[in-house]
Unconditional design. Structure first.
Length: 269
């Protein structure tokens, strides 16, 4: 004979309350599951820096006008450095200083180049002048510099100055022997390195291939950094291929957004 529970009993009420709680929990989980399963989040993150802005106004504006969160590296001693930096900022884009540094081939064609013959005072003065000519710059990367970035002393001076002003540094990696990243970390400067040059060869097909390499690297590593230039071919390819990132579920972000992620990776190499 089955005994019926007394609905007024404490045991019955506790059992009923427990059942109601379990049912409510099941309903809430059922409602939230589709949203959670559909929200995959980005597979990877990519940042693209456009170097060498400042010489050509038309191309500079055209590449800034791309509907994407690129970062723009402006040369300080060029005819349109201030104008293009202000234009980029007005468009809500990130601006950094593209600091000329001595290469293995000799001094860069630009004025205000950091060279190995400079002492610390001269390096600091050149950097301060350069930043004053690129308004809204929030960080810096090197223009050329395959020689200077090998020198720990000079790179330490550079990073000390960046640290004083809370700037970050992007190593363009024009030399495999660069110590810039190491010196940045020692001075507490947020740092990151370039992975792929998009247009080392200024050819549309080659640029597309490099862009695809950038995507594959990002999908493999979770993040990647590319550098391009305001060539007509580069602008055309970016206009065509940037929409592919969304299809691949890849976030395109300003370079500063990647710093916390990759700084940890650099420190543990």
């Amino acid at each position: 004979m089955r005994l019926l529970a007394n609905k007024n009993s404490t045991a019955y009420q506790q059992k009923t309350s427990a059942q109601a709680f379990i049912l409510l929990l099941f309903v809430l989980m059922s409602c939230s599951t589709p949203a959670m399963s559909g929200d995959k989040g980005p597979k990877a993150t990519i940042s693209i820096i456009i170097d060498d802005l400042g010489y050509r106004l038309k191309e500079g504006r055209e590449v800034i006008d791309l509907h994407a969160q690129l970062s723009y590296a402006v040369l300080p001693n060029t005819p349109y450095s201030r104008q293009l930096a202000r234009y980029a900022q007005k468009k809500g884009k990130e601006v950094i200083l593209h600091m000329p540094m001595q290469s293995m081939l000799g001094e860069a064609a630009e004025t205000g180049v950091l060279v190995v013959d400079m002492d610390e005072k001269a390096v600091v003065a050149a950097m301060q002048l350069a930043f004053s000519r690129v308004p809204y710059a929030v960080g810096m990367n090197n223009h050329q510099g395959s020689l200077l970035t090998r020198h720990p002393g000079h790179m330490a001076w550079v990073m000390k100055e960046l640290s004083k002003n809370d700037y970050f540094f992007v190593d363009s990696r024009t030399s495999t022997q660069s110590v810039a990243g190491k010196m940045a970390i020692e001075q507490g400067v947020p740092t990151i390195s370039r992975d792929i040059f998009l247009d080392h060869k200024v050819d549309a097909q080659n640029i597309k291939s490099q862009f695809e390499r950038l995507i594959q690297l990002a999908l493999k590593e979770g993040h990647a950094v590319g550098i391009g230039h305001p060539h007509a071919e580069t602008i055309s390819v970016l206009r065509e291929m940037l929409p592919l990132l969304k299809a691949e579920n890849i976030d395109l972000v300003p370079i500063s957004n990647q710093l916390p992620t990759k700084l940890v990776l650099v420190e543990h190499r």
